[in-house]
Design a protein around this ligand. Structure first.
Ligand SMILES: [Zn+2]
Ligand SMILES: [Zn+2]
Length: 291
């Protein structure tokens, strides 16, 4: 199961909605995507543990996506974190953090690794190119496929020896009471869940390709239909929904909502006309994804 926390669903300037921050969690591993100003305060006030974040993935260096990061890392240091922190992001992020730490007399007392992608035991985080006005990348979080043994079937056939079960799970053929048990007859595979986050982007083919058939897409939806969102490299709700439909994703979360919209019902209606499985998450809501 993946749990997706919508921490800050606004964009540009803070409003009722906070600045961009989204967290995906799976069995103790937490990935934070973007870290706008105020992210750590929102997290702490709502009992989301800032020190337990393992991976931070920043989409681009516009202030609303990154300015909460130096202070979040400093807080991790104050709480005496020891575990390694992996940071993914565009060129310039490492320099921005190092400069800020130097100028604010801070040195992390835990290992910080800058990487281009993350590969954990059960999860990978992979960047993909997006189409914004500055260098920018989205992220695809992918759970590993799981392989399970059909123990019920084995029991029905009278196989209860755990050594046989283990061998089958390891993909080995087993001879048993004159029969040959083949692993492919007793194993079933469950594809891993996939979540994609675009950060700020125009609707574009690169994104459609990268997010194909994901279980959940978080796509820039800064403006309502009818506004020219191209000047600042954003998308309207209708454009986000068109990307979702073309990429045949399962669900679409409209995010990076401009502070000008207090009421988002019209925006949602526009998106659902194109892609019915659209929703607009509120700050601090979450979604459980099950395979
Ligand atoms: Zn933004
Ligand atoms: Zn931006």
């Amino acid at each position: 199961m993946l749990k997706v926390f919508f921490i800050g669903t606004g964009g540009g300037a803070p409003s009722r909605r906070g600045l961009p921050a989204y967290m995906v969690r799976r069995e103790g591993l937490s990935v934070l995507m973007d870290c706008g100003e105020g992210t750590q305060i929102t997290m702490i006030k709502n009992s989301l543990n800032v020190t337990s974040v393992d991976v931070i993935a920043i989409t681009h260096l516009h202030a609303d996506h990154v300015l909460g990061l130096p202070s979040l890392i400093q807080t991790m240091g104050m709480y005496d974190r020891k575990e390694k922190l992996t940071i993914l992001g565009p060129k310039g992020l490492e320099d921005l953090l190092k400069q800020t730490f130097e100028r604010t007399y801070f040195r992390p007392n835990f290992p910080v690794e800058f990487a281009s992608r993350f590969e954990g035991k059960d999860i990978t985080v992979e960047p993909f190119e997006t189409c914004h006005v500055v260098p920018s990348q989205g992220y695809l979080i992918e759970e590993r496929e799981s392989v399970n043994l059909d123990a019920d079937r084995l029991r029905r056939e009278g196989v209860t020896d755990w050594r046989i079960m283990r061998a089958l799970k390891e993909g080995k053929q087993v001879s048993w009471e004159g029969r040959t048990l083949k692993p492919e007859d007793y194993l079933f595979r469950r594809p891993g869940l996939r979540v994609a986050y675009t950060g700020d982007t125009r609707p574009c083919d690169k994104v459609v390709k990268a997010v194909r058939e994901v279980d959940l897409l978080l796509h820039d939806s800064t403006f309502e239909h009818g506004v020219d969102a191209s000047e600042y490299g954003h998308s309207t709700s209708t454009e986000a929904a068109t990307v979702a439909r073309e990429a045949q994703v399962k669900r679409l979360a409209l995010i990076h909502i401009s502070s000008r919209y207090r009421d988002t019902s019209e925006m949602l209606k526009q998106a659902r006309r194109v892609f019915p499985m659209s929703f607009i998450p509120e700050d601090l809501s979450f979604l459980n994804l099950r395979g």
